[in-house]
Design a protein around this ligand. Structure first.
Ligand code: ZN
Ligand code: ZN
Ligand code: ZN
Length: 351
């Protein structure tokens, strides 16, 4: 976290490059103003179709690893035996147990610079038919996807084997998608990973300094000045963060303080599904079929502390690539002020 927690200095003209600090992580972003009137800069052509069916399609279940969980269609009379299906990742970045004695010895050597990559790595297949985009699903189908995320996280918490889990979607080749059939991934880990540790440390420091959860503070800011508000429901809000790292970055979080996504109520799960779906539809209207990632950040499971961290989903459209300046300095450059992006997202309905 940075000490500059109150971004209350006067607004700069768009022609002046401006640095902004993310109050949670302390990450600095450069807003290169004056380019927001060039929306065509971000418009991307749709993905070229890769295939019409694949091992994730219904009817080819034997081509995946064993099923972990399966959820029936919300539509009565659906011809498919499942609507959402969770399987182990065929090419896991993490394994649940060391496969042999050598690997077990390496896993137990805490001083080593080499470890077995332990964890649980699941694929959440989000449609029985060969869909590519979440926005192709109905509202009820997207609700089922988020209910499946919620259910999987609850079962990982209950199992008690891991400290942390995250769910993420890579949509489009530029976002790291390797299979086009609509899916997300869940990773559960025996430790809290670096980015979550950074957010947790920033949130803890903010609470110590200001007596408030930093994410509740961010929502209060949006309530006071709704220029970065995108959408809201009774219990959830979507907004463009002050120090947006990429054009049209959107964060979705619960309005009342809540540390973990698995603690969300069924109503909140439905509302977050609705906000994500509607936000993605509006992004597509503004930018075309862009690649994006969304990432769930939630409190670790092995702590009773619930006061400083607040679960959220970050949507990161992939409208550009990191270049030399970013790699060389660690500073990110965003050409789209979040106030302008939010205004555009508020102003469009689905085409
Ligand atoms: Zn498929
Ligand atoms: Zn909070
Ligand atoms: Zn986060």
């Amino acid at each position: 976290m940075s000490n500059c927690t109150r971004p209350r200095s006067p607004a700069l003209p768009n022609s002046v490059p401006e640095r902004r600090c993310d109050v949670v992580t302390g990450q600095w972003v450069i807003l290169a103003g004056g380019r927001q009137d060039r929306p065509q800069e971000f418009v991307t052509p749709p993905d070229q179709p890769w295939s019409d069916s694949c091992a994730f399609c219904a009817g080819r279940e034997e081509e995946t690893t064993a099923v972990v969980a399966s959820y029936a269609s919300p539509t009565p009379g659906s011809p498919h035996p499942w609507q959402v299906r969770v399987v182990g990742n065929l090419y896991p970045a993490f394994i649940e147990v060391p496969p042999d004695n050598t690997a077990r010895a390496v896993a137990q050597d805490s001083d080593s610079l080499r470890h077995v990559s332990l964890g649980q790595h699941e694929v959440i297949i989000e449609s029985p038919t060969h869909r590519r985009h979440l926005t192709e699903l109905s509202q009820a189908e997207v609700e089922l996807v988020f209910a499946a995320y919620h259910d999987r996280l609850q079962s990982i918490v209950r199992a008690g084997r891991f400290k942390y889990a995250t769910i993420f979607k890579n949509s489009g080749r530029d976002a790291g998608m390797s299979r086009e059939h609509l899916h997300s991934q869940l990773v559960a880990l025996p430790e809290v990973p670096p980015l979550a540790r950074q957010e947790l440390a920033g949130a803890e420091q903010f609470l110590a300094l200001h007596g408030q959860c930093v994410f509740c503070f961010l929502y209060d800011e949006v309530r006071r000045d709704p220029s970065r508000l995108v959408l809201e429901t009774d219990s959830m809000v979507a907004f463009c963060p002050f120090a947006s790292r990429v054009p049209y970055e959107v964060w979705v979080l619960p309005k009342p303080h809540q540390a973990r996504f698995d603690q969300a109520s069924p109503v909140q799960v439905r509302e977050v599904a609705a906000l994500i779906r509607e936000t993605l539809q509006r992004l597509e209207t503004c930018l075309g079929q862009i690649a994006y990632n969304y990432l769930l950040h939630t409190n670790p499971f092995d702590t009773c502390r619930q006061d400083h961290y607040h679960w959220h989903i970050e949507i990161l459209p992939r409208t550009g690539r990191l270049a030399g300046l970013e790699w060389g300095t660690g500073l990110l450059i965003n050409t789209m002020p979040p106030e302008v992006a939010a205004g555009r997202l508020r102003g469009v309905a689905r085409a």
